[in-house]
Design a protein around this ligand. Sequence first.
Ligand code: FES
Ligand SMILES: [Fe+2]
Length: 420
Amino acid sequence: MLNEERNRALTQIGPGAPMGAVLRRHWLPIGAVSEFDGKNVRPARVLGEDLVLYKDLSGDFGLIERQCPHRRADLANGFVEAHGLRCSYHGWHFSGQGRCLAMPYEDIAAPELAFRDKISIKAYPVRAHAGLLWAYMGDAPAPDVPNYEPFTWPHGFRQIVFAELPCNWAQCQENSIDPVHFEWAHANWSVRLRGETGPYSARHVKVAFEEFDHGLIYKRIREDTDEANDLWTVGRVALWPIGMFLGDHIEWRVPIDDTRTLSVTWYFQRMPQESEPFEQASVPHWYGPVKDENGAWITSHVMNQDFVAWAGQGAVADRSRERLGKSDEGILMMRRLLFKDIERVAKGEDPKAVVRGGGIIALPVVERERHTESRTRAEMLAHPLMRRNFLRYPYQAGQPETVRAALWAAAGVREADLSP
Ligand code: FES
Ligand SMILES: [Fe+2]
């Protein structure tokens, strides 16, 4: 339980909010490089700030304030130059560092005033990494963009999946340290959604939580597994501060503002031996719907089931009215560490998991060999989980046909290979 004041401290992330200051000390994935194959500019609301994300004619990305400082035109309607973005209303031109590079009429009419030197715009650095676009909205010097080990795995078909959720980021992230929900929100609820009343999943009999440099690990034993199982010996990862890592994918809950969250997933699928060496020229991205055409929540896929749970907690979960049990010990650890981060940042220190001068970040991986070992196409098609993953994107509804076709082409898989 958190009183209302502590709940606000945990959840609010706008400019000036203590937790906002913590998240601003991390690089956050806010988009996909492939979004800019067909466009140059789009609006981006991140941590309660209205911004525009663009790719200029040199191929550099920028993230600047959305309203033009001249007369507040929307820079999402701007156009890119060799360097930076130009407002389409009167042509004021801004660099990716926020300098005003040109004011076409003022530069002619009153060059002696050097008006443009007096104007700047809020600007944040953007980096492309692993097909994602990362933004850093905190004080300099920026840390490293995290290079998680799965980003370096070879021969993978990757895709990036987004969804917009009408609730606060923290309740989404608390799900990253919640082992018991798998049994209910996924396994058993899926049974009921199919119209059946059983059999239900094996029950959790023991859970444990541990801290490590890049987050928290949870471990579980169910009635059907024991202490020798990967889920106990390796565990799964709540990736600090807004992610979850589950072997073949990382999910981030990126705050749009205090009551909306962008779910960002980076998914890796190992290609068969016959496709090696496999280099993916561009990582495709797509937005998954969260509701169907009748306005009902989609519940067919794992992450959609999570989304329903999170949104159902309210725009901002009222933690003054929750009743936590033994299963929630990881959630208490997560909150404690986040509050500690607030204190560290207030003292001018780096929060947990900020990387400076580091290399590849190794993470605990359940069934690592499934992602890193070479297998023939026939072996993959004979593996139930790998076969399922070819058949459909497992985590979220709405994968476009073009992405599935690209996956099948990359793997040399045909429809007939997957028919029962
Ligand atoms: S409003 Fe942007 S240049 Fe005038
Ligand atoms: Fe889940």
